[in-house]
Design a protein. Structure first.
Length: 279
């Protein structure tokens, strides 16, 4: 067993969650799990059946296509390609590298972001050779307040080689109407640990239970300082339900990770924000 897994197990034992007998899924829950649709959206419509009785019917709406101006290139052995689904807009979001995937996950798991566009329209700029060129940012995010931010994603060791910082600076005069600001993000911030936390958040939101979230809010009402997320989750009959509520409240901004640069599984500590009130 790897050293990291041993340390995780020790953390679980320390917080009393090494025994998952009480967390076994019941038969009825298994039936629900089998019906779970991982992507897309369920919408309810009213219809009249053959007997003239009005009934509600759930329809599955598949994710819409990406709005990207260009699609990821063909897969290679050295790079990852694929799509995520933004459940808020029910639309596909593409990525053409692991770093881009991490950036997309960060944006999709941020409650302040209401829309994520991959490969938005290109921005023209005057290059050093005196000619007009175009640059396509990897992502454009729209915030709740209407602000639009553009992101260029590069590995840190490729920043100087690609001259991306100069390109971003040259596009700034032409950003109005496209974005309010543009940023360069690298693997220095787009870490695997942050991506792991982002994926865990998105998984929790898919099966969010508002009653569990309300119960967790009550539990943390009198909490001050840093507390174990595992200890909070153990207040539930099923540990998994409590931990899922933790992830949802992290998304809501009610609580925050004490060590956001680490995976929650390695540093299971959280603190309440603003007295538990969403900012």
């Amino acid at each position: 067993m790897k050293q990291q897994r041993v340390l995780r197990y020790m953390i679980e034992v320390e917080h009393g969650i090494d025994d998952y007998v009480d967390d076994e899924v019941s038969a009825s829950e298994n039936e629900t799990a089998e019906e779970y649709i991982p992507a897309g959206r369920l919408v309810q419509i009213t219809a009249v059946n053959d007997d003239g009785v009005i009934e509600n019917i759930d329809l599955w709406v598949p994710p819409g296509p990406t709005t990207a101006t260009r699609l990821p290139p063909a897969r290679t052995r050295a790079h990852s390609r694929g799509y995520l689904v933004d459940t808020r807009t029910n639309r596909a979001v593409s990525f053409a590298s692991t770093h881009e995937m991490h950036c997309a996950l960060d944006l999709l798991s941020n409650r302040l972001v209401i829309d994520v566009e991959d490969q938005p329209p290109a921005v023209p700029y005057l290059a050093a050779d005196g000619l007009m060129h175009e640059h396509t940012y990897d992502y454009r995010a729209t915030l709740q307040n209407g602000t639009r931010l553009a992101f260029a994603v590069k590995p840190f060791d490729k920043v100087e080689e690609t001259g991306i910082e100069d390109v971003i600076e040259r596009t700034k005069p032409n950003l109005p109407g496209f974005a309010d600001a543009a940023f360069l993000v690298t693997d220095r911030t787009l870490t695997r640990n942050r991506a792991w936390n982002a994926k865990a958040t998105l998984r929790a939101l898919k099966i969010r239970n508002d009653q569990d979230c309300a119960r967790m809010r009550t539990i943390i009402a009198d909490v001050h300082g840093v507390v174990s997320a595992y200890a909070l989750a153990r207040n539930f009959e099923r540990f998994a339900d409590g931990l899922n509520a933790i992830w949802c409240l992290l998304y809501d901004g009610v609580i925050e990770l004490a060590e956001p640069a680490r995976k929650l599984v390695d540093a299971p500590w959280v603190r309440v924000c603003n007295g538990g009130v969403v900012a």
